[in-house]
Design a protein around this ligand. Structure first.
Ligand SMILES: [Cu+2]
Length: 144
């Protein structure tokens, strides 16, 4: 007989007890919520979380039902989490990780792991530079 749940429990212990001792890496928390009924509104808060590589993510079941945190690609699976239980997972490589609750498939979330200072390719809505006066340029000469 094997106790798969023990693995998940160990991961939780590591995530909780090791948080304060970790010099490298951060930890973020995501709540599993089933408070806003009807049930189609159950989900993870926040549903999408962007983190840097080397980050612990801890999901906490803040609801009143059992839930899971299960990667779509199978890379991690919390198993059943009863209310007030939690699950932690360490993300050390970049990528986008989709996960669902196997008990309630409409509950889904995303962890986006990216380089902390190399997030490029996105149009910056807020400009880093102060507005500058446009330089006066000679109007284009009409052809001739
Ligand atoms: Cu669920």
């Amino acid at each position: 007989m094997r106790f798969v749940a023990a693995v998940a429990a160990t991961a939780v212990l590591l995530g909780v007890s090791g948080t304060s001792a970790l010099a490298v890496g951060e930890s973020v928390s995501i709540n599993i919520v089933d408070a806003p009924r009807p049930t189609p509104k159950w989900g993870y808060a926040p549903a999408t979380r962007r983190i840097a590589p080397g980050t612990w993510v801890t999901w906490s079941n803040a609801g009143q039902d059992g839930h899971t945190v299960t990667a779509v690609d199978g890379s991690f699976d919390s198993g059943n989490l009863d209310p007030s239980e939690g699950f932690s997972w360490y993300f050390d490589q970049s990528g986008t990780f989709l996960y669902v609750c196997t008990l309630h498939p409409w509950m889904s979330g995303t962890i986006v792991v990216g380089e902390p200072s190399a997030v490029s390719g996105q149009p910056s809505a807020s400009s880093d530079q102060p507005p500058q006066d446009e330089q006066d340029q000679p109007p284009p000469q009409p052809g001739g």
